[in-house]
Ligand binder design. Structure first.
Ligand code: BDP
Length: 719
């Protein structure tokens, strides 16, 4: 007996002592402290009845088992006796209605296949808690939502909740190569172990699917948009099939990237012309083959005629001809084509900002119904701050989807804590004034303003083989926030941060308040110390790590000089009518007021205007002074983020505390580096002293220019 007690004690101790490395993500299900709450939840877990059976129900059972063990230290009781022993009912609307005649109680009929209802039901004198979906996947979403309410201490059995996603496809885009390198990946290698698939199933695949399902992410493209045609060979299809089979019960569909020249590379043809009958036959056969492995295959994601990728232009065809050919072969199987709008060419003598609109506006209405044009949030390239992409609102009869970048290519990679939800919120809430005066980007994406039925929000994944999945622990918050905003683009970044913090660190009020503050100020801090006042694209060449406003030579639209245009007179890119005219691609309400440098929001000033160094800003200071103050402010905020976090020592487990604390120290150094390098460089043009009130930039410009990072992670492989 004594021995048994000892063993138990040791077990308990080692459980607690197991370092928290972030692997569990937001699904850590920390133990419920309050005894009354614990009793309430324990009672619900003590009699769970499932209406219906199937793979998704099994997944729900596993999740409930895990949650119960971790939150209450005991197994849940699943019962076959649906009345006497049951506390919690789980099932679809139809299943419950058939047995219990409860049709009228459920308001979820119109919520689509993924909607759910949860609340209390009185039946024959007893009250049950019920989680009901239109389909099993809705039940799973409802269960995750319920578990979240327990973790965030907001569960109230008396109140009911109905919810359904506002966007149809909520998708992760992995930029993962078949050799397991990840383009712009900062968290290790690809989690897809292609070489050992299909035989070996890494348990991570399931945890990945759970995490996505807990957010409502229901689609994933496994491979890099800079695609390799080999993924479309039967050997790789077999591997992808294993993943698709594993993800199906979690409601996740698999997509793959299609290399436009695949008919040549793996089909033995001489052309990839989309109008050539042999090419069409190739894609038809490939698609049929794909569906023979994956009957619910989602479709193809395509990057064509962009940054050297092959596409229809090689054959004198346009994007619609290319996309429609694929759409036609996918349509009989229910598949779709996601065609990227990230197209620009240095051979065209036009501001890169304008090129996507040039290509796609004339094609409006020409794409098939099963094509979505996936548009990056801004017209250049995932910069720390971009005005929304002018394609939103410019086309009326084309499905448009959003592409955000979760991986922090331009926002501190995996050394910096930058919470991206405020950036996405800023974009989604932007007014487009088209198609109607009240339209917003969110309204176009979710169809409420655009009327489109096929809706999509995609995020470029930040996931890799690192134990904590995302390299920086707080990268998890960006994965989480992306999923939440894709579910409902109207959620605020603040409420999402609160959910994530509570699910990740528990209920401690001090942790919540301080961490939330750090997260919410982090993105503006990064903009300030990297790209204030509308500056953009001044990062290191190729690896994109750190500042390099001096990059010149080679392809012009990949240099920094092309974008900041600093000279002895001033700085900024004139995109008004006197410059490139890109501003005119927006609705007149925007174009008119933003053409005036005294009216445009200052955060976009140098994006659209080239202005003299002495130009006076709203503060009464000169442009040069304000640039200095913004850079300096960024550094100060980074420092206060660090001290705020450090004040939580002892309240957060030592492993995660130290991981974040060390990285924040790196972030402060990187912020100083950005400020010093950029200000010293711009001073060579401005020829003015730095404002007195800022910390004077240290170091030597030549030193900064000579820094070299040949092994920085995530570099794009050369083909
Ligand atoms: C850029 C990345 C590059 C991607 C490209 C894209 O630097 O690696 O291939 O976006 O979105 O930002 O296709």
């Amino acid at each position: 007996m004594k021995n048994l007690f000892l063993v138990l004690l040791i077990c308990l101790f080692s459980l607690n002592a197991f370092p928290k490395d972030g692997y569990e993500l937001w699904l850590d299900y920390s133990s419920i402290e309050s005894s009354s709450k614990r009793a309430e939840i324990t009672s619900l877990f003590s009699g769970i009845y499932f209406f219906g059976q199937g793979p998704t129900q099994q997944v729900i059972q596993q999740e409930l088992r895990l949650a119960s063990q971790k939150m209450m230290g005991r197994d849940p009781v699943f019962t076959q006796e649906r009345l006497n022993q049951t506390q919690l009912w789980l099932g679809t609307r139809e299943e419950l209605a058939q047995v219990l005649g409860l049709e009228t109680q459920m308001q979820i009929r119109n919520l689509g296949p993924e909607g759910f209802w949860r609340g209390s039901i009185d039946f024959q004198g007893k009250t049950y808690y019920a989680i009901i979906g239109n389909q099993p996947i809705g039940v799973l979403y409802g269960v995750f939502d319920w578990l979240k309410s327990i973790q965030t201490d907001t569960f109230d059995p008396k109140s009911e909740k109905t919810d359904a996603p506002k966007v149809k496809l909520r998708m992760l885009n992995h930029w993962d190569n078949l050799d397991r390198t990840v383009e712009r990946g900062y968290a290790g290698f690809s989690i897809w172990d292609w070489h050992r698939l299909p035989g070996f199933i890494d348990p991570r695949y399931i945890d990945y699917a759970r995490a996505n399902a807990s957010l409502g992410i229901n689609a994933v493209s496994l491979t890099n948009v800079n695609a390799n045609a080999f993924i479309l060979t039967p050997d790789f299809m077999k591997k992808a099939k294993v993943l698709a089979d594993l993800f199906r019960p979690y409601g996740i569909k698999v997509f793959l990237t299609a290399r436009f020249s695949a008919p040549i590379e793996i089909g033995g043809l001489k052309t990839a012309d989309p109008l050539d009958p042999e090419v069409v036959a190739f894609w038809k056969k490939k698609t049929e083959e794909m569906y023979s492995f994956i009957p619910d295959f989602g479709g193809f994601l395509v990057k064509a005629n962009s940054e050297g990728q092959p596409g229809p232009h090689e054959y004198g065809r346009n994007h619609a001809e290319g996309a429609n050919m694929l759409a036609d072969v996918l349509a009989p199987h229910g598949g779709i084509v996601i065609w990227r709008a990230f197209v620009y060419s240095h051979e065209i003598d036009e501001d890169r900002h304008k090129q996507a609109n040039f290509e796609f506006e004339p094609l409006d209405g020409k794409f098939r119904d099963n094509v979505i044009i996936q548009v990056k949030n801004g017209a250049i390239d995932f910069m720390p701050r971009e005005p929304f992409h002018p394609l939103f609102g410019a086309v009326k009869n084309t499905n448009l989807g959003m592409e955000f970048q979760i991986t922090q290519e331009y926002l501190g990679q995996a050394t910096q804590l930058v919470y991206l939800a405020p950036m996405w919120e800023e974009v989604l809430r932007s007014k487009t004034y088209r198609p109607s005066p009240t339209s917003t980007v969110a309204g176009i994406i979710d169809g409420s303003d655009s009327g489109q039925k096929l809706t999509l929000m995609a995020g470029v994944s930040n996931i890799g083989t690192d134990r904590n999945w995302t390299g920086h622990l707080f990268g998890q918050a960006n994965w989480f926030a992306f999923g939440r905003q894709a579910w409902d683009p109207n959620l605020s970044s603040e409420e999402i941060a609160e959910e994530w913090i509570k699910m990740t660190f528990g209920q401690n009020k001090d942790i919540l308040a301080k961490t939330k503050e750090i997260m919410l100020e982090s993105r503006e801090a990064a903009v300030n110390y990297m790209n204030p006042l509308g500056l953009h694209h001044i990062m290191g060449r190729s690896h994109h790590y750190g500042p390099a406003p001096w990059v010149e030579g080679g392809r012009a639209d990949w240099t920094s000089l092309y974008y900041h245009r600093a000279d002895s007179e001033g700085i900024g890119f004139d995109r008004t009518a006197t410059g490139s005219g890109a501003l005119n691609q927006y609705a007149p309400e925007i174009a008119n007021s933003w053409s005036d440098p005294t009216q445009i929001p200052e955060k976009y000033l140098l994006w659209f205007h080239h202005l003299p160094w002495d130009f006076e800003l709203k503060s009464g200071r000169s442009l040069w002074e304000e640039i200095g103050l913004h850079y300096d402010q960024g550094v100060k905020t980074a420092r206060s983020m660090k001290s705020e976090w450090d004040s939580l020592q002892g309240q957060i487990d030592p492993e995660r505390f130290s991981h974040v604390s060390q990285l924040l120290a790196v972030q402060v150094q990187e912020a100083e580096w950005w400020r010093n390098a950029c200000l010293l460089y711009f001073q060579t043009f401005a020829q003015r002293p730095f404002p007195e009130e800022i910390e004077q930039p240290q170091g030597d410009l030549e030193y900064y220019k000579n820094l070299d990072f040949p092994f920085a992670p995530g570099i794009r492989p050369r083909w």
